[in-house]
Design a protein. Structure first.
Lengths: 289, 330, 316
């Protein structure tokens, strides 16, 4: 009867899925990211006050022409700290997932392509790494290594490796069976050539979408550590440490906690939005949301 | 027909798709009397499953249904959800195509049988359990008591379809719709399941709609056959009449596609050339014309209506009906 | 089933060994000599050398690791050189607080997330569904220390309904205890429910497309039974998985939340140990928490098997 079973599935029941174009929100998110980056990069040349200059006579001063957003509990200019804080949050937020992207991406690519023992080893060791509650791992290591931006970046990046490895391996596994890879193999292409020219360009997009989500997660993680006073060393400003310091003056000047909190929330949301949109675009298997 | 149990009147189903509206069922009229069996035959995509879903009111949310589905004097398409719910499972039951997916994998067979019984019949748990065991025995399942505590994945495909049939028959429905009940099964099991359905249909005096793509399945097991193509009924006749004097070239092609035991092995089946028309782009003429070897100019311009043939109860929609010279046994 | 448990148990051994090795390596390879930490920077080299010898720090690394694991296996995780408390005592004292916090948080998270997920899945694509999914997405971008600040400001500073910080043991005064737990648990739950809702929602939407749901409808079952028994039960597997995955995040979240609300739990013990560089406590607690995490994941796997008959009977 096979001859009669032609084309056209009888049930055209599609899973409920909203068609998600690059809506207005997406472009808002992009604009916010661009603005925050521009401000953070230009911080040294902007006419800002010194973010670490204390003025004990002007503690928690209200908004004025001198201090556009007032001063914090130690009389430091809030706007300057907010912008310099963005530098820290974005530096760590971008560099750490970059480590995860490169190392995890490479491991996943190799594991997904070569399979066998190597894959077992990689997947197994990542399982062990995942056994640690990440924040506790980060705290412990920062406690030993000492607080500094490079240390923070390194450890947060390291913690991101298993997740990137999984994404990259999953993408490679599906791709490695596709015709163009098999064709390349049949034509006698070297492993290196297949990995770099055939697989990498195709694995890169889902990895990049995941990278953006990783940026959001890292900004939150860095914020949490700094909030606890275990992130960037004082007097350097980061959004997390500013929120932590602002907590002390929640009754007198709640804006000191809420301004950096708002900045962090919008930035994280923006990266989540862009990352999620790209992921939905690059991953056709994903269902609704 | 007044005494009809089921009377489908001018039923059409439209589905919105990215390429435009798809008319899955195109103004179909059918009737079925209590205790009788109707075969609905056609290729995949001809709308036969959508028609069964329309009767059961189980169409996808976005589908648009027009026309009337009169069952036992009530229009199912306009029935309130609560009355419909009481009707389903009790008077109107269904067996789906794939028993691998139609039973809930995380509920025991007992739960799935008993919940229907307890929903519709005033029975307490022990009585429902006794009835479940009787039903499983009736559909030929050994050690039914043990089966009740098992999960679907612990049964074979044929076994699962027997269970699905037991569920369908659990409240003595007036109408059973069997939607390709054997397509997903092993060839050796197919005849057993079909015979089981036929036997229980006669015993319980149910009306039955047997949906299939295989004309061979309906021969000898149904009272009447409706052949569907591109959402329309193109030929309808009492089963013996259809096999003796079919008029539609499409029906002939379907018949030719049945593998016959007497032909030598590895003989290629005469397939129907071409493919069904794109249902989102309806043709002006007969939908089968592009694939029909008898088609003439007129067939491409106008749609033939369903018209009565010389035998009572035989209707066909064709400008160039074939006249069968020989008797084709099935 | 037994076979399955044994297989998973055997898998636990190398994972736990690796966890202990990693914990040990963090504590040993990184700068900061324990003897200097204990004695202070002004200590004479002789005193340091003597202490190092006493503590076995002059032994080769592998020997120290083995003897440490040996001690751990005998239930000796060491003793804080600051408070004199053993690691086990310190943890036993504080673990009820952390467990109460995480339980309350997970319950609140499920109470918010599950009904919303069911309501959204039942009406997928409706305005309500889109609003709630959007809200959940935005909530995912709110770190718990942010919602903590917001909740403190709202309920403790402005409305003065609830205390911002503090703790009373449950055995002493259950009502006061709960009052202290409301804000921290709510803070954690606010981070939990969006994940629960999103995953359960998409899972249930997929389940609702299944043939057996069509059959359940055709059987004339009540909509509530279809939704809660036929659709929710298969999806409850997902619920168990996500609850399990959440535990890791909950532990991390509890750490921060305990610090903010001054709850004397494991998180605060750990943060305190970091501030005071109490390395023995740190090493012991990290090992215990990570092992607890691994074992919790094992339990989740078991639960999963109990819930899914296909796995239980080895048809996975």
């Amino acid at each position: 009867m096979a001859t009669l079973e032609l084309s056209l599935p009888e049930e055209v029941e599609q899973p409920v899925r909203r068609k998600r174009g690059l809506g207005l929100l997406f472009w808002f998110a992009i604009s916010w990211i661009v603005i925050i980056f521009a401000v953070a990069i230009l911080a040294p040349v902007l006419p800002l006050q010194n973010p670490v200059d204390m003025d004990m006579l002007e503690r928690r001063a209200w908004i004025s022409t001198e201090h556009w957003l007032g001063t914090d509990g130690l009389g430091r200019d809030e706007l300057a700290r907010l912008i310099w804080g963005a530098r820290v949050s974005l530096t760590v937020g971008l560099c750490a997932p970059l480590i995860g992207l490169i190392v995890g991406g490479a491991l996943g690519l190799l594991a997904g392509y070569f399979r066998g023992r190597f894959e077992t080893l990689v997947v197994g060791s990542m399982d062990v790494l995942l056994a640690f509650p990440p924040l506790i791992f980060a705290l412990a290591v920062v406690a030993y290594l000492g607080q500094s931006i490079p240390n923070l970046t390194f450890i947060l990046g390291f913690l991101g490796i298993p997740a990137f490895m999984r994404v990259s391996r999953a993408a490679t596994l599906t791709l490695a069976r596709r015709e163009f890879v098999i064709a390349a193999e049949a034509l006698g292409a070297t492993h290196a050539r297949i990995l770099l020219r055939e697989l990498l360009p195709n694995v890169f997009l889902p990895l990049f979408a995941f990278f953006l989500l990783g940026v959001a997660v890292t900004i939150v993680a860095e914020g949490s550590l700094s909030f606890l006073g275990l992130g960037v060393p004082p007097p350097m400003a980061s959004w997390g440490s500013m929120i932590g310091e602002g907590r002390e003056s929640l009754e007198m000047a709640p804006r000191l906690a809420f301004l950096p909190a708002f900045a962090m929330f919008v930035t994280v949301l923006a990266f989540n939005l862009v990352g999620d949109t790209l992921r939905a675009l690059t991953d056709p298997r994903q269902g609704a949301l | 027909m007044n005494g009809a149990l089921l009377s489908i009147q001018d039923v059409a189903v439209e589905l919105p798709t990215p390429r435009g509206n798809l008319r899955a069922v195109d103004h179909v009229d059918l009737t079925l009397e209590a205790g009788r069996t109707l075969g609905v035959v056609g290729e995949s995509g001809c709308g036969k499953t959508m028609l069964s879903r329309a009767i059961l009111q189980l169409l996808p949310k976005k589908a648009k249904l027009t026309g009337r589905v009169m069952f036992d004097g009530r229009d199912l398409a306009r029935l309130d959800p609560e009355s419909l719910r009481e009707l389903r499972g009790r008077d109107l039951a269904v067996v789906f195509q794939d028993p691998m997916t139609s039973l809930n994998p995380v509920l025991t067979i007992g739960t799935q049988l008993m919940e229907t019984i307890q929903e519709h019949l005033e029975l307490d748990a022990p009585a429902a359990k006794r009835r479940s065991i009787d039903l499983l025995t009736a559909v030929g399942i050994p050690a039914p008591e043990q089966r009740l505590a098992q999960y679907p994945h612990q049964c074979s495909g044929g076994m699962r379809q027997r269970i699905a049939i037991a569920i369908a028959m659990s409240c003595e429905p007036k109408l059973l719709i069997a939607d390709e009940p054997t397509t997903a099964l092993d060839v050796t099991i197919q005849a057993q399941i079909l015979d089981l359905l036929a036997r229980e249909q006669r015993r319980r005096h149910m009306a039955m709609i047997l949906i299939t793509h295989d004309l061979g399945v309906v021969a000898g097991r149904t009272d009447e056959v409706a052949v569907m193509y591109a959402g329309r009924v193109v030929e309808r006749a009492p089963t013996p009449t259809l096999f003796k004097r079919m008029h539609m070239p499409y029906t002939e092609a379907l018949l030719a596609a049945i593998p016959k035991l007497e032909t030598a092995p590895h003989t290629p089946l005469p397939a129907i050339s071409g493919r069904p028309p794109d249902p989102t782009r309806p043709l002006p003429g007969c939908a089968f014309a592009p694939r029909c070897r008898y088609a003439a100019g007129r067939c491409h311009q106008a749609k033939p209506d369903l018209s009565a043939a010389e035998t009572a109860g035989h209707f066909y929609a064709c400008f160039h009906p074939i006249q069968m010279a020989e008797d084709v046994g099935a | 089933m037994l076979n399955f448990i044994v297989r998973r148990l055997i898998y636990l051994v190398p994972v736990l060994l690796a966890v202990s090795l990693l914990t040990f390596l963090i504590a040993s390879l990184l700068p900061g000599d324990l003897a200097y930490v204990i004695l202070g920077d002004q200590a004479t080299p002789e005193k340091v050398a003597a202490l190092r010898h006493d503590m076995g720090l002059d032994q080769p690394m592998w020997w120290r690791y083995l003897s440490w694991v040996g001690q751990v296996l005998q239930g000796d995780l060491g003793r804080s050189f600051r408070t004199g408390q053993t690691v086990l005592q310190a943890v036993a004292e504080r673990i009820p607080v952390s467990i109460e916090l995480m339980l309350l948080a997970e319950i609140i998270g499920l109470v918010i997330g599950v009904p919303l997920a069911i309501a959204c899945a039942a009406r997928a694509g409706s305005a309500f569904d889109r609003f709630m999914t959007g809200g959940a997405f935005a909530m995912l971008s709110v770190p718990s220390f942010l919602s903590a600040i917001l909740l403190i400001y709202l309920f403790a500073v402005e409305l003065r309904w609830l205390p911002a910080t503090g703790y009373v043991p449950l055995t002493e005064d259950p009502i006061a205890n709960l009052r202290f737990f409301v804000l921290p648990a709510l803070t954690l739950a606010l981070a939990e429910w969006p994940g629960i809702m999103r995953v359960l929602r998409s899972d249930m939407i997929a389940t609702l497309q299944e043939d057996y749901i069509s059959l359940a409808k055709a059987k004339g079952l009540k909509p509530s039974r279809i939704l809660f028994v036929h659709a929710l039960k298969p999806s409850s597997l997902t619920l168990v998985t996500i609850t399990g995955i959440n535990i890791g995040r909950l532990i991390g979240g509890a750490l921060i939340v305990e610090s903010i609300f001054a709850l004397p739990g494991i998180g605060r013990l750990l943060v305190g140990a970091i501030y005071t560089r109490d390395l023995i406590i740190l090493q012991g607690v990290v090992l215990l928490v990570a092992s607890g995490f691994v074992i919790m994941n094992f339990i989740v796997d078991m639960l999963y098997a109990v819930l899914d008959p296909r796995i239980r009977h080895g048809h996975a």
